[in-house]
Write a protein that binds this ligand. Structure first.
Ligand code: PSU
Ligand code: MN
Length: 305
């Protein structure tokens, strides 16, 4: 297993020194944001993590290896290659054995983070139960990964392109705790309020770390969702974004978009329909998540495992 892992010099040094490391996904770079803002954002997010005292490890599949920590050139390659594959759990063996270029989703990044011994992972939004899943069966593999793989995932909740209520039900059934930061409500990515509550509000990095460590010490394997609302000044007006999401969902239906193409299609249409304003919100919330995740990783690192 370990022979698939390739650590960047920065991440390798952090591991030797016992410093806190924060994993970052790469589907958000290749399929979640347009070039060149995607590469620029990836760099800035890494810097937020360094400034908060942790070491960033962006994860991708390159040349038959799970790369943990990417060079400038590797980030550029991922962000600008139209043929980077979106890699979830089911795709990992294919992309590795075929030595293709792969960008990891939340599910695949959790798997790689666990292999690399990284406990905290920062992203924008996780996948979930899609609206209409009762007929399409479209439920992101991210949720099953959260059920089984012991990595804490910091996100800004889930987008209302998904059925947020059903996503939370699915997580509850699978014993995945949903924590909120700074407010009782579970956030809806572009907006701070989804109308649903998180299970537990834990505001400080120390409380978050103690909760996560206790779960794993009890032998309760699986992830934790740490949901952190977008900063108020960067949130989008709820009515506007909801109308745009409805339109994008309608277009996806009409055009028969299916399977792994659904989420990237919706993200890119939402960006177009908001005239790029959703991208600014997306960038702001990922940076904010990076800060919360880095502080949490520092606190977790200070606790005995
Ligand atoms: N949601 C976002 N931005 C993203 C994704 C989801 O707001 O970039 C990406 C993540 O990589 C997530 C994946 O793991 O989409 C989920 O895809 P699917 O629904 O096909 O499982
Ligand atoms: Mn899907």
């Amino acid at each position: 297993m370990q022979s698939f892992l390739l650590f960047s010099p920065e991440v390798a040094a952090a591991r030797t020194a016992g410093k806190p490391v924060v994993a970052l996904e790469s589907t958000i770079i290749s399929h979640g944001m347009p070039y060149p803002q995607n590469v620029q954002t990836a760099r800035e997010v890494e810097q937020v993590i360094r400034d908060a005292g942790a070491v960033p490890a962006t994860i991708a599949i390159i040349g038959g290896k799970i790369c943990v920590g990417l060079s400038e050139e590797q980030l550029e390659l991922l962000g600008s290659s139209p043929d980077a594959m979106k890699v979830s759990r089911r795709d990992l063996a294919y992309v590795l054995s075929q030595k293709r270029l792969g960008a990891t989703t939340v599910a695949a990044t959790m798997i790689c983070a666990q292999l690399a011994g990284i406990e905290v992972f920062v992203t924008g939004g996780i996948g979930g139960v899609h609206r209409g899943a009762e007929t399409s069966f479209d439920i992101s593999a991210d949720l099953q990964e959260l059920a089984h793989t012991s990595v804490a995932v910091v996100c800004a909740g889930v987008k209302s392109i998904l059925d947020i209520g059903l996503t939370l039900e699915y997580l509850e059934t699978n014993g995945v705790p949903v924590v909120s930061v700074g407010q009782p409500g579970f956030p809806a990515f572009f907006t701070r309020d989804s109308g649903f509550k998180a299970d537990f509000q834990l505001d400080t990095p120390e409380e978050q770390a103690a909760f996560i460590r206790t779960k794993w010490q009890l032998g309760l394997l699986g992830g934790v969702v740490v949901s952190n609302p977008v900063p108020a000044e960067s949130a989008m007006p709820a009515e506007e974004i909801n109308a745009i999401i409805q339109q994008a969902l309608g277009e996806a239906n009409q055009q028969g978009v299916k399977g792994k193409a659904v989420t990237p299609f919706l993200l890119s249409r939402i960006k177009e329909l908001t005239g790029g304003r959703s991208l600014a919100t997306n960038i702001a919330l990922v940076k904010h998540n990076a800060l919360v995740g880095a502080r949490m990783a520092v606190a977790l690192n200070a606790l005995p495992s």
